[in-house]
Design a binder for this molecule. Sequence first.
Ligand code: GLU
Length: 499
Amino acid sequence: MGFAAASAALGAVRVRFAPSPTGFLHLGGLRTALYNYIFARKHKGCFILRLEDTDQSRVVPGAAEGIEDMLEWAGIPPDESPRQGGPAGPYQQSQRLSLYREAIELLLEKGAAYRCFCTPQRLELLKKEALRNRQTPRYDNRCRHLSSQQVAEKMSQGVDHTVRFRLKENAEPFCDLIYGWSRHEVASVEGDPVILKSDGFPTYHLANVVDDHRMHISHVLRGTEWLTSTSKHLLLYRAFGWDPPHFGHLPLLLNKDGSKLSKRQGDIFVEGFAQDGCLPEALLDLITNCGSGFAENRMGRKLQDLVKEFDMGRIERHSALLDLEKLTEFNRIHLSQRIGDETLRPQLVAELQAAVEEAYGHQLVDRGVLEKPYVEQVLLLRRGHVSGLKDLVSPKYAFLWIRPSVSHEELQTISVEAEKIGMLVLRLLERPVATLTTEELSKDLRQLPEQIRGTPYSSVMKLLRLALSGQQEGPAVAEMMVSLGRREACARIQRALCR
Ligand code: GLU
């Protein structure tokens, strides 16, 4: 059995994400791709990436690769795509032109389409006239009425032409998986649309329908901006005599305040988030949290949870509001989950090692800080406190990798007993215990003020934190000591306090 017969016989779920490669993948696109991916996984189906690049003037070099890269980065790689290949390829519309030409011939033969010889000047004039009369511009369908003789004549003269689809009245209603029953009487509001441009490229509507049919797409899940085009697409299916797929239109993704997600600010491109060290699972969690399709909204869901919990019936019709300010918190939660996962932790260790090398390489006195046990301990101790690995190489955490410079005068202003405190802490650290634990150390540190009259606990901590890290703020002193290890902690205390 061939591929076509096999997928039809099995009633296989096949969905597609069909962006135009006109720029970077943005969050709205990622969300559409994600819902398609989830739906495919839920129904043991196939997720396809198809690039709709028929408007060659808008194609941006490298954008196609970028989109597929980002789907892979996000952990939702397509099963069939330009890169992966597959039985229904090619997956780039610019490589499928012969299929569209074949389809056009079919429509012309059936009389469902016709050649239009109107010049761009005439069309422009029509538009201007409509605007002057405060009407929506639409083609007046003039070439519908050309006789076959007139057409043949123009063809023999080699006159430039397009092909238009003859819109039929009485578009049938259809039941959208999300919006319910819908119908758009396209013929009464639009002129016959161009389906083949004079440059030989099809327009979106034709190529989209031909490909969804030929790629055996079972469900079209796309942005709600296409809802009103669906009646037109259904008329095309009817003209071809093909069964249409099911349609589901996803509500828009908007900013928290309900405004359009801005592409101009450059802060909604997936590439930017990836470069910033955002975890893909945090981004997926964020963009599904504000939207619908799940019984509850909760943080910390991973892709497999999203697949398990997704329920198409729960997608609501109102727009999803995205609160990007919460991304840090989503990252914190997911980073903590990754650190806690022994299978994922080694990768984090390697990434942090590379980040430390990059940030402090030339300043590292003790290259032991790059060793796996040390780096892993840093991750485990700071788990839940940081939202990205890059936090751990920021100035706040520089003390973990390089020795701080500490001003002696500053220490003296905190307590005149600085030296005594130093001695006591050294004694504490040098006790013969097998391993230092944060709990034990904090308990011991708490008792220090009893031995030094006049310096309150908070000042003791301030002093020690400064001696260990050169910083006024940071992790608890006991944690710093455990992190640095007994030897290094002692060396720093000695150097700063015991002169
Ligand atoms: N190329 C269209 C887009 O950008 C695809 C729409 C559809 O999924 O049918 O968004």
